[in-house]
Design a protein around this ligand. Structure first.
Ligand code: MV4
Length: 446
């Protein structure tokens, strides 16, 4: 087992990893930018190294600075958390060359799944259902026109280097092709330095349902059931739950089998997520694979009663997993509490938290790095807390979440708490009747 893990991240996930390391008897090293010198991850780690100024590119995204921190502290493994360098194949490669274990998959697995065309090709070969499409790069506008005609409108253009919504264009009519192909390419080039585009049939009003998987170094891949993540705004998830209200035993078995196939196709090592689009007729399609621990992992932890960070560290150390799948034993939900103003287009609201009281009681969990007096720096993402509730049924879970949201006091900044209170009261939401288009028509005020 590792003796010392360096956490190449900040905020709640850095704290989350430190907690599990402590419970496993592993020493911890925090790294931090000057903007984070008063952060709890710095305080609770056994050692802390300042790695640079606030700008991410000069601190949390700087591979040389992080490797320098590894060098001076003698850490034998790195946990990347999510975001920053978590899905950077070059970073995983540097770790390898350096002889420090990157807690996650190999550089090859990261780069294969990072390129969305390669990911889709891999899944087609493995027999995982994917959205019908171009099956490779679009050569030019004339080629795009032919593909669209073959697939049938509407179609969606996506960046092969993308993911998470950037550079996507939905095409409803032939006359839009030239213009939207050009826009998609330019946006992809500007965002990812790669203008490769592919085309798929556009699935209307799908649900986003993802499967958590774990693979070990001995060829076992299992699934830990699904999370429903359809409540998103501009590709930012705001709320997740498990089980999905849309799920039934037959669909879970089919999707679970497909998720395991996807993991086995690349001999996956680590925790990962297989994202699916699911249409109203319960057809499901592989969309992307995330090769990291995700923000919403606590939802799965609560429904299956296992520590996913511990699983990650164990498989990275070469310990085999049990080989069996896990199924939800209860219902769990996560509300993302962001420092954003839900009444004003979710505008970021950094600043000093003047008072903070987090909800408590049975079945209530709050993962956060903030406290009264803490100043949220403007340089990083706006997630300040994750409120996770669990209960025997979805109905009970909603009631518990409402109670917990009512107890949550955050003063001095704007937060997404009012949004979640309204969401919990929505009749369609309460029925479980929603899809990825839900927030397009959601009104906070009236
Ligand atoms: C799609 C789609 C419909 N059809 N692909 C959005 C994020 C990126 N990962 C892929 N996305 C979508 N891809 C096809 N072929 C609809 C979306 C989509 C979406 C997906 C998941 C969650 C929220 C979404 C919101 C808008 C569009």
């Amino acid at each position: 087992m590792f003796k010392k893990i360096l956490i190449a991240n900040r905020g709640e996930i850095a704290l989350r990893v430190i907690r599990t390391c402590k419970e496993m008897g592993i020493s911890t090293v925090a790294v931090y930018s000057t903007a984070d010198k008063n952060s709890l991850h710095v305080r609770f780690a056994d050692e802390a190294v300042c790695i640079g100024p606030p700008k991410s590119s000069d601190s949390y995204l700087s591979i040389p600075r992080i490797m320098a921190a590894v060098e001076i502290t003698n850490a034998d493994a790195i946990h990347p958390g999510y975001g920053f360098l978590a899905e950077n194949a070059d970073f995983a490669e540097v770790c390898k060359e350096y002889g420090v274990k990157f807690i996650g998959p190999t550089p090859h697995m990261i780069s294969m799944m990072g390129d969305k065309i390669t990911a889709k090709e891999t899944m087609i070969k493995a027999g995982v259902p994917v959205v019908p499409g171009s099956g490779g790069l679009v050569q030019d506008a004339a080629h795009a026109r032919k593909i669209c005609k073959d697939i049938g409108y509407p179609v969606i253009m996506k960046a092969t280097a993308g993911g998470g919504g950037k550079g996507m264009r939905v095409v409803w009519h032939e006359k839009e092709i030239e213009d939207l192909y050009d826009k998609a390419r330019k946006e992809a080039k500007a965002s990812f330095g790669n203008d490769g585009i592919y085309i798929e049939k556009f699935i209307e009003q799908p649900r986003h349902i993802e499967f958590q998987i774990v693979g070990d170094q001995h060829g076992h891949v299992v699934h830990l059931s699904e999370r429903e993540c359809s409540i998103q705004r501009r590709h930012q998830k705001l709320f997740e739950e498990s089980p999905s209200p849309f799920m039934d035993e037959s669909l879970r078995n089919k999707m679970g089998k497909a998720a395991i196939k996807a993991g086995k196709a690349i001999d996956y090592e680590g925790v990962g997520t297989i994202e699916f689009l699911v249409d109203k007729n319960r057809n499901f399609y592989f969309m992307e694979m995330n090769t990291r621990i995700q923000v919403e992992h606590p939802v799965t932890e609560e429904v299956i009663d296992h520590d996913l960070i511990k699983e990650q560290i164990k498989v990275a150390a070469g310990i085999p997993i049990s080989g069996k799948n896990y199924y939800p034993n209860n219902h769990a939900m996560e509300c993302r509490i962001n420092a954003e103003d839900p009444y004003n287009n979710f505008m970021p609201s950094p600043g000093t938290i003047t008072s903070f009281h987090s909800p408590k009681g049975h079945g209530v969990r709050v993962d956060t790095h903030v406290y009264a007096g803490y100043t949220i720096p403007p340089y990083y993402d706006s997630l300040i807390a994750k409120l996770i509730c669990k209960a025997p049924t979805r109905e009970d879970c909603i009631l518990k979440m409402q109670r917990a949201l009512d107890e949550f006091i955050v003063e001095g900044i704007k937060t997404t708490i009012p949004f979640h209170k309204k969401l919990m009261q929505d009749p369609q939401f309460r029925k479980g009747d929603f899809n990825t288009g839900f927030l397009d028509h959601f009104k906070l005020e009236d």
